[in-house]
Design a protein around this ligand. Structure first.
Ligand code: FES
Ligand code: FES
Length: 184
């Protein structure tokens, strides 16, 4: 008997379960866009170089064009359609809007998903390639524009909206720290 080339999986996306039968070669990106009509996640290069397809998988950013749908079976996936809280935009979305962090908008869903994870990675103390002091006891470095540019360097913007994108990520990160500080 020929081996099966498809599998039944369940994708947990934005809090909803989507049972699917997928060819083993189907990427998560194609499953989202072509099978589930979740077209907020964009296809740019389809080879892991532009970041347009970035989503969150178990809270970590992932380029969905390089992940097979079968490998995402049962994991928690968040796409741009799921980052807002009802009618209330996510702080990163709001900052992109307020500061014009986009022009055509094609890269924006990936930028926003990446930025959400960047802010969490930074708050958790993860260093980047431009962090001076990487000792754990040094704590998170200031989230300078240089840090933001490095941490967001996997997300390309052909419109060149980088200046505003860096500002938007910085503002969202500041807002989040303020909120956490107020709650503490
Ligand atoms: S479409 Fe996935 S990184 Fe470009
Ligand atoms: S806003 Fe057009 S590609 Fe980034």
């Amino acid at each position: 008997m020929a081996p099966s080339t498809s599998s039944a999986i369940t994708l947990n996306i934005n809090g909803e379960k989507y049972p699917l039968s997928v060819d083993h070669r189907t990427t998560l990106l194609d499953a989202l866009r072509e099978r589930l009509d979740l077209t907020g996640t964009k296809k740019g290069c389809d080879q892991g170089q532009c970041g347009a397809c970035t989503v969150l998988v178990d809270g970590r950013r992932a380029v969905s064009c390089l992940q097979l749908a079968v490998a995402a079976d049962g994991r928690e996936i968040t796409t741009i359609e799921g980052v807002a809280d009802g009618d209330r935009l996510h702080p990163v979305q709001q900052a992109f809007l307020d500061l014009d962090g986009f022009q055509c908008g094609y890269c924006t869903p990936g930028q926003i998903c990446s930025a959400i994870a960047v802010i969490e990675e930074h708050a958790a103390g993860w260093p980047s390639a431009v962090t001076d002091d990487v000792r754990p006891e040094a704590g998170p470095p200031p989230l300078t524009p240089e840090e933001i540019r490095e941490r967001m360097s996997g997300n390309l913007c052909r419109c060149g909206a980088y200046v505003s994108i860096v500002q938007a990520v910085g503002r969202a990160a500041d807002g989040q720290e303020d909120t956490e500080g107020a709650a503490a």
